[in-house]
Each structure stands twice: as C-alpha cells, then as structure tokens.
Ligand binder design. Structure first.
Ligand code: ASP
Ligand code: MG
Length: 424
C-alpha cells in the first residue's frame, strides 16, 4: 500500500479535485490510502465558526457556515460529473453543514479547545466525502474511512497525542476485516478520537502530513508521497531567496532538522515514524506529477548536502536575569522550562550565562504574556519582538556573511553543521 497525502491547496477547487483523480490514474494498479486535508482555507473558516459560537455570536457563526456550504457546493458544481451525480453529491454533503448548523444552535457547553476540535474536524470529513464521491462518479472504486474510527489519541484537544499501539491494532483490524484493502481508500488527515470520552480530536494545525505518516507506519506502507504546490523540498524559501533550488534527495536526519526549525514544506512530526520503519517519503508537485520531486530516505554514506536557509519570522527574544545575583542555573531553568511546557511554548534556541538566560520563541501574545506573568516573580524579564530566527545548515562563510550583513545579530549559536542567528 502507498500513502498519498493531499493538502488543502491541492484540492481548493474543482480543478484540484479532478487533478487528484488524474494523479491517482497515473498510479493505476497500485493500492493507495489517500489522506486529504480540508479544502482550501476551510480550516481557517471553521476556526471563525468556533470563535463566533464561543463568543455567543450565533448569526456570525451561521454566516460562516453558510459561506463554507456555498464554497463546497460551487466546487461540486464545477466537477465533471453527470448532473444527477452532482445533485446527489451536493445533497449528501449538505448533511454535514446541517449538522454544523444544529451544533451551533445550542449553547456551548465545553471549553474552547474541545469545541474547536468538534467543529474544525468537519473540514476533513467534508473534503474526503466529496473526493470519495467524485472518484466513485469517475468509476474509481474506493472506500471512505472515518479516521476517528482508528486514530486513537488522548484528550489534549487541538494538540492530541497519538496512542500508537491502539491505533496500530485498529488499523490491523481494518485490514483483517477488509475495510481497508487493495485499491483506493480515502481518509482524513488531522483528526482522531480520544480514547476517553470518545470525542473528536485534532493533531494540531497542518497535522495531516503527520496523519499520513501514522497510517504508513501502522500499515508498514511501501512509501508516502506528499503532493505539494512546490516541486519538492527546496533549500530556501524562493519568495525570500531567488537562488533557492530543489534538493533531490535528503536523509531523514537532515529532513527532521530542516522541518524542526521551520522549513514549512513538511510537518516536523512526519519524519520520525517513517524513519523508524525505513519508509521512503516523497515530496512531489501536484501540478507537475511527472517530475520526480524530493525523496527522503536512509542515507548512510557522507553526503555533501547543499547549504540550506530557514527563516522563521515573528520571533521574540525573552531574557531572564536573576534578581539577587544568584546564578541562573538548574533550579531556575527547570522553573522556566516547566512554565514553557505548561503553556505549550517551544524555545527555538536557548542560551545562558551565569546571571542571565535567553530564549527565542514565537511571538504569540496569548502564550507569552501568561508565561511572563508566571515567571516574573522570580526574574527580571525583558522581551524584544519583531525578530527573525535564521537557521543555516551546511553554510559557507561567504554565504553566511552575505546573509547577515546589514542586520543586527542578537544571538548566535553554532554547531558543526549549522549556525543559528536571532536577527533584528
Ligand atoms: N486542515 C488542517 C489545517 O489546515 C490540517 C492540515 O491541513 O494539515 O491545519
Ligand atoms: Mg489545511
């Protein structure tokens, strides 16, 4: 079995859905699990539904739902199906929007993150319903699977952790019962179900790549392909650096490092499960599926990887100084990291001296403010925002000098293969 992941951009309109069919037909004869995200920007729109509902603005919530209904109905209308098939697909898709409407007509009972997952998951349920229906209309036999029936998670809503052993055993059961079998299978990325309470959960924004990787791991799939709007993994963002070029081949380690520091082409959690089972990951263009893209796999010998630049914007440097001239050492660091962990803040870099400590984090006031409040009784905390974090891998001195010239370096950290800068 192969696993194909299609993101929202690849199925944002009727042409995208028809293109997905074309790509599958290039692989006819293969068994494929097709993992799909919500269409276009549906997830963002569903977030607006949640916000409106949560703040008691029912008319706004309804308006957003109706806009989403219209968008999907128009998409269906553009598909090259028989008129009766279009009508039927519209009608069956409407059921999801009716469900959303009746959900928001009741007062919200639960806390925000929980509600969020119950609503936002509809994006993937709807997209896969339409795609499965369309493929059927084109005589591609396929099975629609509800990912919540096999992806078991904890109940950390919006950032649920996967229970690997239960998920794996569920997937094996599906295969044994022939619910997941040779041919084409269609399921959702991003969503799962909590083992306790049985509510819908999500794996965090952009989590569909990770879903594809979960399925591939549990199935022992042959390979995974992420179909993107770029030709593969590039060594820099072409919007920022005109010299950006596609990398043909990467090791798992290299790919993990790149994605961890913000190369946004693949979700960082995607790689490790594939590496553990030696499953190849391809990143290819859905616009030019005949091109080979990038392959990420085991590379044992030494390679001269091209220099690679990852820029993460909207960064903030948070500095801590001890109040009493005691050292900022293990005890205070454990306090700082404890609060970071509680608030789900990732320290992209940290650096300490005897009496001070600095971290670079995403500039997210909803997280950073409570964090500062929590630690400010222990330290003098100062912040500077509006910064960017640059990670250069396999850098050359010349490239490095060129890149940072004219910018102020606030923090620098260097290892054998990489250098990182926080720049103003
Ligand atoms: N639809 C979800 C999101 O936009 C998941 C994904 O696209 O991977 O975050
Ligand atoms: Mg998406």
């Amino acid at each position: 079995m192969k696993v194909f992941k299609f993101g929202g951009a690849s199925v944002k309109d009727a042409a995208g859905v028809m293109n997905l069919h074309r790509i599958l037909s290039l692989f006819s004869g293969n068994s494929i699990l097709v993992v799909v995200s919500a269409m276009g920007k549906s997830t963002n729109k569903l977030e607006l539904v949640v916000q409106a509902w949560y703040t008691g603005k029912l008319p706004d919530a309804v308006e957003h739902i109706e806009e989403l209904r219209f968008y999907h109905q128009e998409l269906i209308r553009g598909l090259d199906l028989q008129h009766t098939e279009i009508l039927l697909l519209k009608k069956t898709t409407d059921v999801f929007f009716d469900e959303l409407r009746s959900m928001v007509s009741l007062p919200t009972q639960a806390y925000y993150n929980q509600i969020y997952d119950q609503i936002v998951a509809y994006g993937e349920l709807i997209s896969t319903h339409i795609i499965s229906g369309y493929l059927t209309g084109k005589n591609v036999q396929n099975r629609w699977l509800d990912a919540r029936d096999f992806v078991v998670t904890n109940d950390t809503f919006r950032d649920a952790r996967v229970n690997w052993s239960r998920t794996e055993s569920n997937i094996h059961k599906l295969v044994d019962n022939e619910q997941l079998k040779d041919g084409i299978n269609v399921t959702q990325g991003f969503i799962g179900r909590a083992e306790e309470g049985r509510l819908t959960t999500t794996l965090g924004r952009e989590g569909s790549d990770f879903s594809a990787s979960i399925f591939a791991y549990c199935l022992g799939a042959e390979d995974v392909t992420i179909w993107k709007d770029v030709p593969g993994v590039l060594n820099a963002d072409p919007k920022l650096f005109p010299f950006a070029e596609k990398i043909d081949e990467l090791s798992y380690e290299e790919a993990v490092e790149m994605t961890y520091y913000g190369a946004s082409v693949i979700h960082p959690k995607t790689i490790k499960p594939l590496q553990n089972k030696g499953i190849k990951l391809y990143v290819r263009s859905f616009l030019k599926p005949e091109l080979s893209g990038t392959v990420i796999h085991e590379i044992n010998e030494w390679r001269n990887f091209p220099p690679c630049i990852i820029v993460k914007k909207n960064q903030m440097l948070v500095s801590f100084a001890s109040r009493d001239f005691s050292f900022v050492a293990e005890e205070s660091l454990s306090l700082i990291f404890g609060e970071l962990y509680k608030l789900g803040i990732k320290a992209h870099i940290s650096q300490n001296s005897a009496i001070s400590f600095r971290i670079c984090v995403d500039e997210d006031p909803f997280k950073v403010q409570p964090f500062i409040e929590a630690v400010s009784s222990h330290f003098d905390v100062t912040t500077e925002g509006g910064l960017s974090l640059w990670t250069l891998r396999h850098q050359s001195e010349k490239l490095e000098r060129g890149l940072i010239s004219g910018k102020t370096v606030l923090l620098e950290q260097r290892s054998k293969d990489a250098v990182q800068y926080v720049l103003r």
